[in-house]
Design a protein around this ligand. Sequence first.
Ligand code: ADP
Ligand code: TRP
Length: 351
Amino acid sequence: MPPDATPQPSRALSGIQPTGRFHWGNYFGAIRQYIDLQPGAHQAADEAYYFIADLHALTTVRDPDRLRSLVHAAAVDLVALGLDPERAVLFIQSDVPEVTELSWLLMTVTPMGLLERCHAYKDKKNRGLPADAGLFTYPVLMAADILAYDATVVPVGEDQVQHIEVCRDLAGTFNHLYGEVFTLPKPRLVEGGAKVPGTDGQKMSKSYENTIEVFEDPSAQKKKIMRITTDSRPMEEPKDPVGDHLFELYSLMASEADRTRMAELYRRGGFGYGEVKKALVEVSAACFADARDRRAALESDRGRIEAILAAGAAKARARAGKVLARAKRACGLSRGETVAPAANAAKGKQA
Ligand code: ADP
Ligand code: TRP
């Protein structure tokens, strides 16, 4: 445990990339969990830090105006969806330069082989696409994001677990070399490892163009829902709701009673998928109605979001500054005392 953090509170932290508007997969797979972990919520951590990962997004979004507008929209969406700036620290990744400095310190203890095995880079390389050093070192910046705040728990989807392992590895190596500088975080997966299906039944993802965006225009959203692929079994045939992606989507938003009723309809047969789609249009509209109202209010008050982000950045910088100073002292970059001189003396100081 780092010396200036006694006793250690549980601190949730996560980042989300502003590479597109949030879709149902992002909400049910990630954002809802952030909200559940806010202090005061039912699965609360003692503190919660959430940020918009614009530095990571730079590896894919190359249009500055688009990036700016996506970052703003992400902030508005998160607050509208229930992220409460009174209870959680909400900020933009690039507003905390301490993190990029920390990422260099971590880079010096990162084996190339570890990054070569990371999936974002490996997938791109296997597809014969050119990869830049930003994508290659992406997991190191992510490790800095986590370690800079002494995060103890990182809510993520399954696809990010490998990156948390890298973070733990790097923190462990740094601590081994220089003393107990970093807190080792744990990933926290969505209960049941939920994978929200897209309109084609595969995992919903921007890359598969099968998303339904949370705040999409209602009539465009309705069209997408009505076009969700289904099998072509005749209407009379009883169907198993389990594993049916339309039913899965409906279940995410319907009440327990409606879900049971719909499952019975499936098992009984004699209905069309069109009816389920119409029901999905209704439950999804109801599920996000309050959030849409909150979004509209925030949209007309630009100053409010800017103030939230500025206050978030100030809090985040204060914490990251302490951790960075600790790390710099420990590895000999500043003239202060090292964190654990005894451990350093025993191990030698080679980086
Ligand atoms: P995309 O696949 O659309 O590019 P991201 O990779 O930006 O989405 O995902 C951001 C977060 O949302 C991650 O934590 C990821 O695990 C979660 N997420 C994205 N799509 C889904 C999905 N279909 N089901 C569950 N979680 C998802
Ligand atoms: N890599 C994450 C994603 O694509 C986003 C991210 C950046 C993140 N830094 C993080 C998530 C730190 C958790 C913790 O979804």
